[in-house]
Structure formats: C-alpha cells, structure tokens
Design a protein around this ligand. Structure first.
Ligand code: ADP
Ligand code: MG
Length: 249
C-alpha cells in the first residue's frame, strides 16, 4: 500500500467537553488511518465517543487538539469558512436516523445534495437516478421519503452521500434502526461501494454484524481506541458475559 492510497489520517485527535468537575474527554488521543477501498469499523458502547470522533473526522466538529487529513489536506488547519466545501466534495455522511427530507421524493433528496454542490438541472436528475438505481431503488424513485421503509431510507441516504463522489464515507450506526434483512442489505451496499469503487468507509457502531464487512475493527472505550484482532470477541460482549448479562452470549 503506498502513501497515495491513504485517504484518511487522524493524529492524536482529542475532544474535551465542558470544564472543571463536569469535564468529559469524549475522544482522547485517537490515531487512525484508512486507505482507498478499506472499511474500518469502530465499535464501542453507548457514550464511548463514536459520534464525537466521526463528526470531527468529517469537519462538523472542531477538535480540542489533534489533526485530521483527508486526501492529504489537513482539514483541522482550514478556516471555518472552507469546511462546507470540503464536506460537500470529499466526505459523504450516513446517519442512524437517515436525515432525509421526508416530504421530498427519493430522487429529490439525492438531487438536493447535488444542487447544493452546484450541479443542477438534467445533469443532477440523471445522476441522482443512476445512484438510486445502483442502490437497488429503481422502483422507488418517485416515492416520498416518508413512505419508504427504514432499509429503503438508508439506501437513499447512501445514494445521497455518494452524490458528489466523495472518496470517504462516514457512517454513524447505519444499521441500528434496521431489522436483520434490511441491515444486511445496507451492509452489502456499503461493502460493494468500498470494494468496487475503492471508497474508504469509516463506520461507527455497536452492531456486531458489521464485523463481517470490515477490514479492520477497532474498539473505542472512554474515548481511547485500540485494534481488535481477527477472531477476538467483541470486548463489550465479553464484559457483559462475565458480568452475567442475559442474552450476551
Ligand atoms: P457515542 O456516539 O459513542 O454514544 P458520543 O460521542 O455521543 O458517544 O459521546 C461521548 C461522550 O461525550 C458522552 O459522555 C457524551 O455525554 C459526551 N458529549 C457528547 N457531545 C457532547 C456535548 N455537545 N457536550 C457535552 N458532552 C458531550
Ligand atoms: Mg453516537
């Protein structure tokens, strides 16, 4: 793997919220890198800092300290005013709650993302359609978002995340609101995007199933990150088992 394949590099990333007795080190000195076509899964219990980490990587939240490089550009050194442009062109976001515009159609939801980035008219419409077809939604183009199932909504949101051809996709608990079948469809789509198109995917989640598509699995606890060896049990489950939590085995 040569250095040019490195799409994301994170160095010593730290976020401290609050001050004094209520101070929280939500993310504490995280180092991470990911190459083209790689899927990195960051697992961790609720409150471990997953969302904070992901939003800093995507330039939505300023770190207290540390650096983030996307495609070789240090986004943590950019002025605030330049971040929206970086987010639009270099990063695609996928959220647990989909964040679609419910009264717009599937097609319009993807088109809006293109319009915001300066692509309009026929070009935007054709590209939005192609992305939705690729996501298996050919029969749902003109449905209002509110009439789609959870799995379909998440596939629309993946199509939207891809609208501006970002090399980096950031997904926050993308399968958490989905049943088993829809969760698998979303996983397969993320996997295919990464492997066929060489996109880098960072997924944060506590969904064990995502380990099946991850190249690298990391464990986040109290804001600190470490790699989980292949075949190693989810540390969260192992803890729960030793504490005698039912359903954890
Ligand atoms: P996760 O996504 O893993 O559930 P979060 O990144 O949302 O975890 O939160 C990590 C920690 O940081 C939690 O203790 C949370 O309460 C705290 N936190 C997150 N956002 C804020 C904020 N805006 N202000 C203060 N504390 C926050
Ligand atoms: Mg979260």
């Amino acid at each position: 793997m040569n250095a040019n394949d490195q799409i994301l590099r994170v160095e010593g990333l730290t976020k401290v919220f609050g001050a004094g007795r209520t101070q929280v080190r939500a993310v504490d000195g995280v180092d991470l890198c990911a190459c083209a076509g790689e899927i990195v899964l960051v697992m961790g219990p609720s409150g471990s800092g997953k969302t904070t980490l992901l939003t800093m990587i995507g330039g939505l939240l300023r770190p207290t300290s540390g650096r983030v490089f996307i495609d070789g550009v240090e986004i943590t050194a950019l002025p605030q005013g330049e971040l929206p442009r970086v987010r639009r062109h270099h990063v695609g976001f996928i959220f647990q709650t989909f964040n679609l515009l419910e009264s717009l159609t599937a097609l319009e939801n993807v088109e809006v993302a293109l319009n915001v980035a300066g692509v309009g008219g026929r070009e935007a419409r054709d590209r939005a359609r192609a992305l939705l077809v690729e996501a298996g939604l050919e029969g749902r183009l003109d449905f209002n978002a509110r009439d789609l199932s959870g799995g379909e909504k998440q596939r629309v949101s993946i199509a939207r995340a891809l609208a501006n051809r970002p090399r980096l996709l950031l997904a926050d608990e993308p399968t958490a609101n989905l049943d088993s079948r829809h969760g698998h469809e979303v996983m397969r789509l993320l996997h295919d995007l990464s492997k066929k198109e060489g996109r880098t995917v960072i997924v944060v989640s506590h969904d064990q199933r995502l380990r099946d598509i991850a190249d690298t699995t990391m464990w986040l606890e109290d804001g600190r990150l470490r790699e989980v060896a292949e075949g190693e049990a989810d540390p969260y489950l192992a803890d729960a088992r030793s504490a005698g939590v039912r359903g954890a085995s």
